[in-house]
Write a protein that binds this ligand. Structure first.
Ligand code: AHR
Length: 502
C-alpha cells in the first residue's frame, strides 16, 4: 500500500512480564435474563443432555477454552439465598429478584452449576451475598460446597446427592457494593468491615480458598479510587485479589474515541495496582494483592430495549447486545491490555458468556451462534497461553475526544516456550489505511510464520446473526520473516493474530 503508515515492534524473549494466568480468560454466568434459562440450561431442547444442559452451547464454551466462570452474580447475588437453589427442585421457591425485576425459579443452583462447569472444563468462581446477608451465610456456603462431610452444611450437600465436595477455589466477597443500584449498597467502611469478617470465617472453614474483595464498579464512580484505599485497608490481611469492573460503549458513534477506551482500562489497572501496593507498604506486609478484572466487555446496545421489558417474568430478553465488528476491535484492544498486565491481573471475566452481553447467543428451541466478539476472545484464549512479553511499540499516534496520544497500533506478544510458539496480537486503530509493521524478533531464531489471522470488515456496524456469520476471521498472506525481522501488514481497522513457531 503506497500511503500506509508504518510502525515497529521490538519483541525480545528475555523481556518477560509474567506467565499468563489462564484464569484471565474467564467469563461469567449470572442469573440474569436468558444466561442460565434458555442459555446454558434448556430441558427439552433437542441438544439438551439428561441434566437439561444444552450441549451445543457447552461445545461453544469449550471451543472458547474458558477456564473459570464467575457465578451466580452480579447484582443478582446481593439478594440471593443460596439455600433456595439446593435440594429437590420441586420444593425450591420462586423468588422475586430485585436486581433485575424478574422471577427466579431456582431450577439451577450451586450443584447444577458445578456440574455444568465440569461439563465445560471450567472452575467455578463463586460469589457470596454480602448485600442482604453476611458472614454467617457465607461461611455456611463454603462449608456446603467445600467441606468433605461430618458437619451440618456438608452433610446437607451429601443428602442432596453430592458426595464429593466441589472444592471451589476462588470466591468473590459480594458484588459492586459501591454502587447505589446494588441491593444493600454500602459505604467503603461498611463494606470493608463486613468483607473482612466474612473473609476470616470463610477461610477458617477452608484455608485453601482465595478471596476477591469488591473494588469500584468503574472509573466514573465518585468514590473511585478512595473506595479501593479504604476497603483494602480493612481486608489486606484476609484477601488475595481486588475486583475491577468496566463496560464500554460507542454511544456517540465516534470510532476513534471508542477504540481508545482500552486506555481507560489500562490506567484503571495501574491505579488499582498502586492502591494495592500502597496498602501493602502501609501494612508492612509481604503479601501482594493481585487484580481480578471480573467484569469487562462492551455494553450499551441493549440499554433502551431493556427499559421496555415487562417486570416479574422468568428469563426475559435482557442485556442482549448484538455486537458489531467495531465492538470486536475494542474487545481485542481490551484483551491486549489485560495481557500486558499479566503480572498483576490474574483473573478476568468477560461479562458475560451466553445471551447476556455475551459472545454466544441462543434461540429457544433453536441453534446457538457466535457473535463478533467471540473471535478475539477465542484467539486470545487459544494462543495467549504462556509468557506475556513486554513489547515496545513505536506507532504513530492520535488524539480523540477523551484520550491523547493514542497509538494507532495496540500490540502485545505471548511466548509459549514449551511449544516454541510466539503469538503477536495487534489491533490497527487507523481508519485511514493499512499499517506496515516491522517487528524485531531476532531473539526468536529460526521462528517461521505459521499464519496471520485477521478480523476485518468494510462495515463497522456489521453483525452476526443466527446462521449468518458476517464477522469471522480469515487468514492473510504476504507477511515475511527475514534476518530476524518480521514484516507484516495490518489492514485498516483490524484485529490480527500473527503466529510463529520455532
Ligand atoms: O454484568 C451485568 C451487570 O453489570 C452485573 O450484574 C453487575 O455486577 C454489573 O453492574
Amino acid at each position: 500500500m503506497a500511503n500506509a503508515r508504518t510502525a515497529t515492534l521490538a519483541i525480545d524473549r528475555a523481556f518477560k512480564i509474567s506467565e499468563v494466568d489462564p484464569r484471565i480468560f474467564g467469563s461469567f454466568i449470572e442469573h440474569l435474563g436468558r444466561a442460565v434459562y434458555e442459555g446454558i440450561y434448556e430441558p427439552g431442547h433437542p441438544k439438551a443432555d439428561k441434566n437439561g444442559f444444552r450441549t451445543d452451547v457447552a461445545e461453544l464454551v469449550k471451543e472458547l477454552g474458558v477456564p473459570l466462570v464467575r457465578y451466580p452474580g452480579g447484582n443478582f447475588v446481593s439478594g440471593y439465598n443460596w439455600e433456595d437453589g439446593v435440594g429437590p427442585a420441586d420444593k425450591r421457591p420462586r423468588r422475586l429478584d430485585l436486581a433485575w425485576k424478574t422471577v427466579e425459579p431456582n431450577l439451577v443452583g450451586v450443584n447444577e452449576f458445578a456440574h455444568w462447569a465440569q461439563l465445560v472444563g471450567a472452575e467455578v468462581n463463586m460469589s457470596v451475598n454480602l448485600g442482604t446477608r453476611g458472614p454467617d451465610e457465607a461461611r455456611a456456603l463454603v462449608e456446603y460446597c467445600n467441606h468433605a462431610g461430618g458437619s451440618q452444611w456438608s452433610d446437607l450437600r451429601v443428602s442432596h446427592g453430592e458426595r464429593d465436595p466441589h472444592r471451589f477455589r476462588t470466591w468473590c466477597l459480594g458484588n459492586e457494593m459501591d454502587g447505589p443500584w446494588q441491593i444493600s449498597h454500602k459505604t467503603a467502611e461498611e463494606y470493608g468491615r463486613v468483607a473482612c469478617e466474612a473473609a476470616k470465617v470463610m477461610k477458617w472453614v477452608d484455608s485453601t480458598i482465595e478471596l476477591v474483595a469488591c473494588g469500584s464498579s468503574n472509573t466514573r464512580m465518585a468514590t473511585y479510587p478512595s473506595w479501593e484505599m479504604a476497603v483494602l485497608d480493612h481486608v489486606y490481611d484476609h484477601v488475595d485479589y481486588i475486583s475491577l469492573h468496566s463496560y464500554y460503549g460507542n454511544q456517540e458513534n465516534d470510532i476513534d474515541n471508542f477504540l481508545a477506551k482500552s486506555l481507560d482500562m489500562d490506567s484503571y489497572i495501574r491505579t488499582v495496582i498502586a492502591a494495592c501496593d500502597v496498602t501493602q507498604a502501609k501494612h508492612r506486609g509481604k503479601k501482594v494483592i493481585n487484580l481480578s478484572f471480573d467484569e469487562w466487555n462492551v455494553w450499551f446496545h441493549s440499554h433502551e430495549d431493556d427499559k421496555k421489558v415487562e417486570p416479574w417474568t422468568v428469563a426475559p430478553h435482557l442485556l442482549e447486545d448484538i455486537y458489531t465488528f467495531e465492538d470486536a476491535l475494542l474487545v481485542g484492544c481490551l484483551l491486549i491490555t489485560l495481557l500486558r498486565h499479566a503480572d498483576r491481573v490474574k483473573i478476568a471475566c468477560l461479562a458475560q458468556l451466553v445471551n447476556v452481553i455475551a459472545p454466544i447467543m441462543t434461540e429457544k428451541g433453536g441453534p446457538a451462534w457466535r457473535q463478533s466478539i467471540y473471535y478475539p476472545f477465542l484467539h486470545a484464549s487459544r494462543y495467549g497461553r504462556g509468557t506475556a512479553l513486554e513489547v515496545v511499540v513505536s506507532s504513530p499516534r492520535y488524539d480523540s475526544k477523551d484520550f491523547t496520544d493514542v497509538p494507532f497500533v495496540e500490540a502485545t506478544a505471548v511466548h509459549n516456550e514449551p511449544e516454541r510458539e510466539l503469538t503477536i496480537f495487534a489491533v490497527n486503530r487507523d481508519k485511514q489505511g493499512d499499517m506496515n509493521v516491522e517487528a524485531d524478533i531476532r531473539t526468536f531464531e529460526n521462528y517461521r510464520l505459521v499464519e496471520h489471522l485477521v478480523l476485518e470488515n468494510n462495515d463497522l456496524k456489521a453483525v452476526n446473526a443466527k446462521g449468518k456469520e458476517t464477522v469471522s476471521p480469515h487468514t492473510l498472506t504476504g507477511d515475511k520473516v527475514d534476518g530476524g525481522r518480521l514484516q507484516m501488514r495490518l489492514p485498516k481497522l483490524s484485529w490480527n493474530v500473527i503466529r510463529l513457531k520455532g
